[in-house]
Each structure stands twice: as structure tokens, then as C-alpha cells.
Design a protein around this ligand. Structure first.
Ligand code: FMN
Length: 181
């Protein structure tokens, strides 16, 4: 079986924060599975809001010059795309939504990605806290109909910086998901 290209996008601006650690565990599993894995942190990148000009739908380059273009190309060419996000007001982080909006050029293009994974952490103990994020990314996935949501890690009850390291079963879940991907 051909090695898959896995692109992991960590969207928290808290470097080595809770969701970023889940991304690292997924990455470890995916590497052990023999995949070709790359991870990017939006903490190191500049991504501006989509202006809604729709120039990209005429297959012209985006009018905004920032780091989105490079990330979108990596998404386009990956077999598997993984989003790691903190829960902000029971939704995905604004950084993640801003990036999803900027993938609009792919809407008028072909793309390789098929399997999408979501890794989320939040303070709330209730697993339902992740539901709005699943709906949110579900809307994006519906627009790219060759793709599907393949797995979700619900990192609930995880708040302060570093708390995720005490949640061994959630770390193991992210690792196992990466290994099975
Ligand atoms: C702006 C903001 C909004 C948040 N909203 C929620 C929320 O709605 N529900 C919740 O359970 N936790 C909420 N949290 C807590 C984070 O989801 C939690 O600390 C998470 O583990 C942070 O992940 P990170 O370290 O990867 O950034 C919020 C945190 C911030 C900074």
C-alpha cells in the first residue's frame, strides 16, 4: 500500500498547548504507520480573513499575500488532513475558521484529500461540547464531497496549559488514530 501524505494543521496560537500536543501524538502514530507526515502550526503563520472577492473562483491567485497559499497547496495535495483546535465559545478556533474560509480556491479546483480528522480540546467535561465543531467542519467537508470526517478526538475537561499531559487515554486515542490512519 502506498504511503499516504498526512498534513496536520495545529490551529492554536498556544504553542505546545493542549490541542497541539494531541496533534503531536497523532503525528507520532502516523509516522509509525509509515506515512509521509508534515505538521504546521498557525502560531508561526500569518493568515488574513477572506475578503470575499471571489477572484479565486476564476482560477486567479488570491489577492491576499500571506501564508495561506502555501498551506492551501499542502491541503490540496495531502491524502489526509488533520485539524487540531481548542474549543472557543463551543466552536472551532477563529484561526481555524479563517483558514477554512481561505481554502475557497480549492472549491473551483480538484484536490487529493479524502480523510479528515479533528482533534479538539476544551475545559468543559461534556463530550457534547465538541458537537458544534463537528457541525462546523462538517459544512466544510460537505463542500468537498470526495472527503469525509474519519475521526474525532474529543479532548474534554482539558483547560490549563499542559493539562492534556495528565489525560493519558486521550493522548493514546490521538496516537492510535494516527497509527490507524
Ligand atoms: C477565547 C477562548 C474561548 C474558550 N471557549 C471555551 C468554550 O466555549 N468551552 C470550553 O469548554 N472551553 C473553552 N475555552 C478553553 C479552551 O478550549 C481550553 O483551554 C483548550 O484546552 C485550549 O487548548 P490549546 O491549549 O490548544 O489552545 C476557551 C478558551 C479561550 C481562550
Amino acid at each position: 500500500m502506498k504511503n499516504k501524505k498526512v498534513y496536520i494543521i495545529s490551529t492554536s496560537l498556544r504553542k505546545s498547548g493542549n490541542s497541539d500536543v494531541l496533534a503531536d501524538y497523532f503525528m507520532k502514530g502516523a509516522l509509525e504507520a509509515g506515512h509521509d507526515v508534515e505538521k504546521v502550526s498557525l502560531a508561526d503563520r500569518e493568515i488574513h480573513f477572506c475578503k470575499g472577492c471571489l477572484v479565486c473562483q476564476q482560477k486567479k491567485p488570491c489577492v491576499i499575500q500571506d501564508d495561506a497559499d502555501q498551506i492551501i497547496n499542502k491541503i490540496k495535495e495531502a491524502d489526509i488532513v488533520v485539524f487540531a483546535t481548542p474549543v472557543y465559545f463551543y466552536e472551532m478556533s477563529g484561526q481555524m475558521k479563517t483558514l477554512l474560509d481561505r481554502t475557497n480556491p480549492l472549491f473551483a479546483d480538484d484536490y487529493q484529500f479524502r480523510d479528515i480528522y479533528l482533534l479538539a480540546t476544551c475545559a468543559d467535561q461534556n463530550e457534547k461540547s465538541i458537537d458544534h465543531l463537528i457541525d462546523g467542519i462538517g459544512g466544510w467537508i460537505e463542500c468537498f464531497e470526495k472527503s469525509q470526517l474519519k475521526g474525532v478526538v474529543k479532548g474534554v475537561g482539558i483547560d490549563h496549559y499542559g493539562d492534556v499531559k495528565e489525560h493519558i487515554s486521550i493522548l493514546e486515542e490521538a496516537y492510535a488514530m494516527g497509527k490507524k490512519s
